[in-house]
Design a protein around this ligand. Sequence first.
Ligand code: PEP
Ligand code: MG
Length: 539
Amino acid sequence: MNNKKEQRLKGIPISEGIVCATVCLLDNDRHTQSACTRILSENIETEKQRLSSAIEQVSLKFDSLKEQVSSKIGKGEAEIFSALKFMLNDISVIKKLNEAIEKNLCSSESAVFKVFGEFIARFESIDDKYIKERATDIADIKYHLINELADERDNFKCKGVGQCEHGHNRIVVAEELTPSTTCNINVDTTLGFVSERGGKTSHAAIISRALGIPAVTGIPDIYNTINCGTEVLINGFTGEVILWPSEETKAQIPDQPSRVLTGEIDNKPVQGFKILANISCSKEVYKALEVNAEGIGLYRTEMEFITEKAALNEESQYQRYAEVVKAMKGNTVYFRLLDVGGDKELPFLNIQKEANPQLGCRGARLLKLRPELLATQARAIARSSVHGPVAVIYPMIVSCEQFVELREMFNEAVKNISCGEILHGPMFEVPSACFVADELFEIADFASVGTNDLVQYLFAIDRGNEQLADEYNPDHPILWSILKTINEAAKKYNRPVSICGEIACDARYIPKLLEAGFKIFSAAIPSIPGIRQSVRDNS
Ligand code: PEP
Ligand code: MG
């Protein structure tokens, strides 16, 4: 029972559903607000003891991470945790930390910030790529140490993984939901998401919808308004968020309109059309089969890396890809090559920070710059192609030359691998590619249209900005005209073209997409029954 007066806030609905539960304030950066305090000289020994037990705990954590990564990804990749443990327990590092506590009469947190901060600055200033990269390892140790110290104090709003189990049976509230947060929370037990920032087609929103978890964004300052454990009701249909809801309000929670059609669901294919599924991890393929998806139209492979917080080696990628291809039993799996960049950050790839990541080294550009990433993935995909039909989508293609160059890099990487037939096609999500649709269809086997980015780049509007959510609107004559042009070019060369942006998950747009000429739709799994029904009704 709470005695606070209920407070109603209005945000932007990004994933349907209504839920009332207590909150987990998810703070991935607890270390930035840790207690950097001074201590009394008589507490020096106690503080050193705190530091020593934090080092011990983090060392144990590194051991367990090493075991996990070794079994899930590979022994080689797991070795990084031995190195981190070794650095953390280096006698000279521990000496420096203890000296900082003693000399400056400061808390362990302050000592960690000072000593590790100095190391990071020194490593970053050296003009050597390898040494610069070690700065990231030190930042990782610092992050774990500070988190450990914060966990053990009781005045932090978010007490971390050990205490609130990362949202276990709670509504997760964060300042911003990144794809990495969304992928790393235990989604099986997360009841909802609320965030201050993020748009409807941000990747975190896409993932919440695919998981069927109600979510609302655009609630300013909610993070500082409530605490872990506050009761909150969120309405993912209207965007309403009610803090401390009264008993009357809770009693009035309406029956939820279902995203999935109720009653007789006709999951039979519609003749002349194909409804495929968008997935972000291999296990989702089984959910796709439940709704009778006729293939995987977009496998966002980069999400596998984000979830594992590591660059997967060839074997780990192959295991996942082969599982999906086998499960689809003869229906094509469209693998999108790693689409890194923008809001999909993969810190472990050590990509240089950019002032404008949406216009920077993302998608195709990054693949060209990091050929080893493309080659490893190409081999894993090629090996999986012996189990069933496979197609490769090239993300963020800007020109024919770029597509041809990347396809050659792919083919070169797999030339010694025995594989089945592999189709290659660009993704239309940058306007410049749409202008050369004709030429691209002439040389490609197929194409896929990604309207999430196409709208972003066509109208120069950030898809992840909640303040622009009303203005970010795919229903615009310019977009429809481009989509028609793409379909005409596809028809001319008799190539299949699918649509896999979020516009294809929204039954409202199906009549217009049919009119533009689309016959292949790839959508988030929960929306497939509705899309199929709409295609049936409107074709
Ligand atoms: C798109 O841009 O429409 C798309 C499907 O790709 P993503 O949402 O992953 O950027
Ligand atoms: Mg895209």
